[in-house]
Design a protein around this ligand. Structure first.
Ligand SMILES: *[C@@H]1O[C@H](CO)[C@@H](O)[C@H](O)[C@H]1NC(C)=O
Length: 120
């Protein structure tokens, strides 16, 4: 009984790990987009196949701050939906962004872009 419980836990952990976003190490930024905006831009990125352009997109939030979505070799639309939701669900409110990578492709979202560092 206990043995099975442990096995189940390991299986659950592995399943979770396979879908895990790697959250950035930095946290606590005060210049982040909130979930309303991030989900709106996620929809835009995935619906309009913007992810296929393979370049970073900066988006201005209603609060005047900026988030950057960076797709890299994303294989299909579903991967865009899944990876972006994983990053938002797992990292927003906890860290300043996150990345999801699998089999040679990746998606990165920086929720809290510091524009004062641009152009340096
Ligand atoms: C995000 O910010 C916008 C603009 O201030 C606001 O309308 C919206 O309700 C906020 N969403 C959440 C989840 O706080």
């Amino acid at each position: 009984m206990q043995f099975y419980a442990v096995l189940l836990e390991v299986a659950t952990l592995l399943a979770t790990t396979a879908n895990a976003a790697d959250c950035f190490s930095d946290s606590g930024s005060q210049i982040c987009l909130n979930s309303t905006d991030l989900l709106k831009y996620r929809e835009w990125l995935c619906t309009y196949k913007t992810w296929a352009n393979n370049m970073p997109f900066d988006w201005l939030g209603a609060n005047g701050h900026i988030a950057t979505f960076t797709p890299s070799n994303v294989p299909n639309e579903q991967s865009c939906w899944d990876s972006t939701l994983d990053i938002i669900d797992q990292c927003l409110g906890y860290r300043n962004g996150g990345a999801y990578s699998l089999d040679g492709w990746s998606m990165t979202i920086d929720f809290c872009v510091d524009t004062s560092k641009w152009g340096h």
